[in-house]
Design a protein around this ligand. Structure first.
Ligand code: GDP
Ligand code: ZN
Length: 305
């Protein structure tokens, strides 16, 4: 008998897998086990084929086969390890949550998350919470450059249940990786979408952060309406290291209409060259100054964390 499922958790060689017949535990079949050197062979989010094992518990099922992944989130492996480490597979979108106020949004951090998502070909969805503090109009003004760049922004106030239906619609049936600083209201929002969900997600984060083994693991938390929230501690460490400087301008969608019109088309870094169309667009207000400043900082490796 074969069974297909999704890996929710992986720890110590035991994989928790959601299947049509409920959640089961499984271990790796001999051949897969021998190939499992990097820990990347089977990760959270993978779709797998299960076969009947010989024993009980985690031995009752074995993972026979891993389906191809349509996306991965990877982080730089610690130390000298040559390859990035995959932390979650098959993510559809990155849910990037900031507060409009309390704390004031760290827009340079948002720009980094957006570049990570763009480079990984993961759809970003920006959620701006706590619009009740200074009003939705002020929040919309602050995030207007992102809407102009083509990003979808959902404005919410978890405390007043504003924007919750839009958020629920956006995450149901999807695998969403959650990102954003603490204190912006991620747990509050998730609890409004589904009672208890935020609590589960923050329990995962804490358990992982306090774990003695510093391996960054992820977990998928099922949504009642279909889909999952992927809590991926360490998302901050994901991504930027793999973005080449000469690719960076492609990851700012609002630059697109101007690329190719700089005087030195093929070599312009948009930092100091004369006749740069990107900088001209910034001067004219067609590209937000803050967004360009983030680009410049990433190009020059200026860290503002
Ligand atoms: P997390 O760390 O991102 O999960 O944030 P929490 O959900 O724990 O929320 C942090 C704090 O912000 C808590 O005190 C919440 O009550 C508060 N909070 C959450 N959402 C809102 C909101 O929409 N408006 C206001 N004013 N406060 C909120
Ligand atoms: Zn240029």
């Amino acid at each position: 008998m074969a069974l297909t499922g999704t890996v929710l958790r992986a720890q110590g060689g035991v994989y928790e897998i959601e299947t049509e017949e409920g959640t089961v535990e499984a271990s790796l079949r001999g051949r897969l086990k021998r190939e499992e050197r990097t820990g990347d062979k089977v990760v959270v989010g993978d779709r797998v084929e299960l076969g009947r094992g010989s024993g009980s518990g985690a031995e009752a099922w074995t993972i026979e086969k891993v389906h191809d992944r349509h996306s991965i989130l990877a982080r730089k492996a610690p130390g000298k390890a040559p390859r990035p480490k995959v932390i979650v597979a098959n993510v559809d979108q990155v849910l990037i949550v900031f507060a409009a106020a309390n704390p004031a949004p760290h827009l340079r951090m948002l720009d980094r998350f957006l570049v990570i998502a763009e480079a990984g070909e993961l759809r970003p969805l920006i959620v701006v919470n706590k619009t009740d503090v200074e009003g939705e109009e002020a929040a919309r003004a602050l995030f207007a450059p992102y809407e102009r760049a083509g990003y979808r922004v959902i404005y919410t106030a978890a405390k007043r249940r504003v924007g919750i239906d839009a958020l629920r619609d956006a995450i149901c049936g999807q695998v969403s990786a959650l990102a954003g600083p603490s204190g912006v209201g991620k747990s509050s929002l998730l609890n409004e979408v589904q009672p208890g969900l935020g609590l589960r997600v923050s329990a995962v984060s804490e358990a992982v952060n306090k774990g003695r083994h510093t391996t960054v693991t992820a977990q998928l938390i099922p949504l009642e309406c279909g889909g999952y929230v992927a809590d991926t501690p360490g998302l901050r460490e994901v991504g930027l290291w793999e973005v080449d400087n000469d690719q960076l301008h492609f990851y700012f969608p609002e630059f697109a209409p101007f690329l190719g019109t700089c005087r030195y088309t093929s070599s312009c870094t948009h930092i100091h060259e004369p006749g740069c169309a990107i900088r001209a667009a910034v001067d004219e207000g067609a590209i937000g100054f803050g967004r360009y400043d983030s680009y410049r900082r990433m190009m020059l490796g200026v860290d503002d964390e």
